[in-house]
Design a protein around this ligand. Sequence first.
Ligand code: SAH
Length: 400
Amino acid sequence: MSPKLPSPPSSIPIVKISRRGGERLKAGHVWVYRSDVASADGVLPGALVSVADERGKVLGTALYSSASQIAIRMLSREPVADLPGLLRQRIAEAIAYRERLLGKSGDTNAYRVIFSEADFLPGLIVDRYNDLLSLQILTQAMDTETARTALVAELSEKLRPTAILERVEPRIRELEQLPARDSGCLLGEKSSTIFTMNGVQFHYDGLEGQKTGAFLDQRENYAAAAQYARGEALDVCCYQGGFALHLAKVCAKVTGVDSSRPALEVAEQNAALNSREIEWIEANAFDLLRDYAASGQQFDTIVLDPPAFAKSKKNLDTALRGYKELNLRALKMLKPGGILVTCSCSYHVSGEDFLAVVAASARDVHRNLRLLENRVQAKDHPILMQVPETAYLKCLIVGV
Ligand code: SAH
C-alpha cells in the first residue's frame, strides 16, 4: 500500500486569458479587460484566481470581478496561499511607506494611506484625516467578509483610529453588481474631526462633502504654490479652500471662487479656524473670469484647479478647450511677474497635452512663460510606472 499523501492545498480556480491580455501583464500592467478573458468557467464574483495565458502557463494570482470591464486585477506573480495575510502585510507596508515619507513632523496628519493598485491592494482606498480613517471599497473582492475583516483589523491595529468610516459610492457598487449599502462607521462612532496639512487646519466630515472630504493629492502642490505666491491672489475652483488657505499665509489678499455654496461654507469655516480673512465668491469660473478680464482686474497670483473636464477619452477635445479658455483668461489677468498655478486632474489629458495647452494659451495672449515647476500628485498617491492609470494629476507653476 502506498503511503497516504497529504491533501493538496485547496486549489484556486484558473482564469485563462488571451495572448493580448498576457502581453499586457508581461509588460508590467496589472489589469486584464473582460475582452481578454478566454475562459472563467464557474469562477465566483470576487474570487481569488490563478491567471494562465493561452498556452496554460500560470502568470500569477489575481482578484476576479464578474461585473467590471476590468475582469482581473493582479495581486502577485506568485501563488497566494493566505489572502487575508497578504492583505494585512500590504497594508502594513503601505503604512510604513507613509511614515517614512511624512516623518515625525506634526504639521501633516492627513494623507492617503492606501491607493489601490499603486499600493498593490487593487480596489481599496484609505485616507487618514487625523484620528479618522475613511475607507472606500471599489471591487467585489475587497467587499467580501474575509477581506473586510482583514482590512479593518490591520488598519485599527497599526493606526489606532478613533473610527473607520466607509464611504459608499452607489454607482461603483452598481457597476460591480454589489448589493446597495449605506455609508457609515465600520469601527467607532465618530465621523468628523479637524486635520492638519502643512500646518494649515481643515474641518473634515466623513459623511458629507465631495470625494473623501478633501483633496489630499494636492498637499505638496499647496506647499509649492505658497513658495511662489504673493500679492493679490485668486483661487479658482477653490472647493473648501485648499490653495486659498495656503496662499493666505504669504499673500496680501486672497479671493476664492467656486460654484458650490456648500463647499464655500466649509471654506469660510476653515478660514476662521486658521484666523484668516479670505473673500469667497460663489460663481461660475468661466463667467467670473470673463467679467474680471472685461473690467481689467489684475492679480499677482492665480490658481486654476477645475474638476476633471475629460471624464473619458471621448470628450478630450472639449476638455482641452475648457482648459485653454480658463488658462487664457487667467494669463491675461496676471500682472507682469505674476504667478500661475494651473492644474488638471483628468487622467485622459496627458502631461504633454497640458503643457501644450498652457503654452498655446500664452501664445494667444502674447505673454512669455517660464516653467518654474512641473508637478504631479503628492507622494502618498504613488505612481506605478507600468500602470499609467495611477498618474492623473498635473500641476504647473509658471511665471509670466
Ligand atoms: N482646489 C480645490 C479642489 C477643486 S475640485 C482644493 O484644492 O481643495 C473642483 C472644484 O471646482 C469643486 O469644488 C467644484 O465645486 C468646482 N467647480 C466645478 N465647476 C465649476 C465652475 N464652472 N465654476 C466654478 N467652480 C466649479
